[in-house]
Design a protein around this ligand. Structure first.
Ligand code: MEV
Length: 438
């Protein structure tokens, strides 16, 4: 197949699958059978999933797990996590249990401001543009009333609009930089609709502004779009306890553990290579809850990593200290999340996940997500600074290897028994299975 297929999206699902199978697979019947095996037997649910995107051919499973025993601000919760990486839910659950007997997690929403921008070019006298903006600023609000009325009823809306001169970065480049409160919705559609109206208002009003020359009237809007960088939509999650309380089976010497832990965080603060992996561990927890609750993990990822670079150097999102005999570990991350709109009322498992979290507000969801990120980071650093990460990872990975080899129940039993007392490695497990089979 080395030519474009025009009209592919107009084919029926069955036709799409048949074409793909015939074009790319040596055994088309097997490919078709596999794709269909993953269809939902409930036609209504399947139709829902088919319509989420274009050209759906089947469903792609990711496990939905739960991490119980999360004590957050004095209340226990079970956190749903959608993720394929074997050790993540186990690590979150362990960290939750650990902190549940040490005061639990504290989570606070610091701010919830969202941002959108109209990027435009203007050639002319900047002071005239500033005067023009000051005169028409209220029109941006009145022109968007039909969009903002409902949001205002819920207590949100447009917070402010600023004119920003960016000509030091690009010739003739200016912005309308607007801030929003979108309450329990992530707000992407609301913000983008407001911005597109701002752009129309800007162009219309410029034509009517008497002080502008003909060139100045010719404002060109390049684009209008929300920003996924939300440095003022921040949540903080924290754990803290007297150092001696850190003691447990795997932490016989809590003082040296706490010191090493703080050093590990410090390394992530000063060393970008480590910071990226450190933050990846945080995002293991963050993304899993963001996906389970139907939020946009790409938006969250982009915004979080931009935030991690806000000093000009990519750095750790979490921090740790030892002060007056107390160990404190915390993170602050930007999270633009919604618990209404988008997938939240459409995807049955998203609805279920939100119900499991007792139908949180967007602010409460920000807290759950940040706590899951901190728990994950704690679990990773605890392993890294004590036994090393591979012990736990490989134990969890054992199942994947057994599945890869289609191991029988008896083989699984023998392998698990053997590796209770031996270091798990991929080749070690493979050799052991092969020896069983000889
Ligand atoms: C693996 O998914 C995540 C870790 O690499 C995180 C870390 O190194 O802190 C274990």
């Amino acid at each position: 197949m080395n030519q474009p297929f025009s009209g592919f999206s107009k084919l029926s699902k069955e036709e799409k699958i048949n074409w793909i199978a015939a074009t790319y697979f040596t055994t088309p019947e097997e490919a078709v059978a596999l794709l269909k095996k993953y269809w939902n037997s409930d036609a209504k649910i399947q139709k829902l999933h088919d319509e989420f995107i274009e050209n759906t051919i089947t469903n792609f499973y990711i496990p939905l797990g739960v991490a119980p025993n999360f004590l957050i601000n004095g209340k226990y919760s079970t956190i749903p996590m959608a993720i394929e990486e074997s050790s993540v839910v186990a690590a979150a659950s362990k960290a939750a249990k650990f902190w549940s007997t040490r005061g639990g997690f504290k989570a606070t929403v610091i701010d919830t401001e969202k941002i959108g921008q109209v990027h435009f070019t203007y050639k002319g006298d900047v002071s005239k543009l500033e005067l023009f903006f000051a005169q028409i600023k209220s029109t941006f609000f009145t022109d968007t009333e039909n969009i903002t009325t409902n949001m205002q009823k819920r207590g949100g809306g447009i917070l402010d609009i600023e004119l920003r001169d960016k000509t030091n970065l690009m010739e003739n480049y200016f912005q309308l930089h607007a801030t929003f409160d979108t309450k329990d919705s992530m707000g992407a559609n609301f913000i983008n609709s407001c911005l597109e109206q701002f752009a129309n208002t800007l162009k219309r009003e410029a034509q009517q502004f008497d002080l502008f020359s003909e060139t100045e009237k010719n404002i060109q809007v390049v684009m209008s779009i929300l920003s996924n960088y939300v440095p003022n939509c921040i949540v903080r999650a924290e754990v803290s306890c007297p150092i001696e309380d850190l003691e447990e089976k795997h932490i016989p010497n809590p003082i040296s553990f706490a010191e090493r832990f703080v050093q590990a965080v410090k390394i992530a603060e000063i060393e970008p290579y480590r910071a990226v992996t450190h933050n990846k561990g945080i995002m293991n927890g963050v993304d899993a809850v963001v996906i389970a609750t139907g939020n946009d993990f790409r938006a969250v990822e982009a915004g979080v990593h931009a935030y991690a670079s806000k000093s000009g150097q990519y750095s750790s999102l979490s921090h740790a200290k030892i002060e007056n005999g107390f160990f404190t570990f915390w993170l602050e991350i930007p999270l633009a999340l919604g618990t209404v709109g988008g997938l939240t009322s459409l995807h049955p498992l998203v609805k279920l996940s939100l119900e499991m979290l007792e139908n949180p507000s967007a602010e409460e969801l920000m807290q759950f997500v940040a706590v899951a990120g901190l728990a994950q980071n704690f679990a990773a650093l605890r392993s890294l600074t004590t036994s090393g990460i591979q012990e736990g990872h490989m134990k969890m990975h054992l199942n994947n290897i057994l599945n890869q080899f289609d191991a029988t129940e008896e083989e699984r039993h023998q392998v698990k028994n053997h590796f209770k007392h031996h270091v798990v490695s991929h080749s070690g497990v493979v050799n052991f299975i092969e020896s069983l089979r000889q």
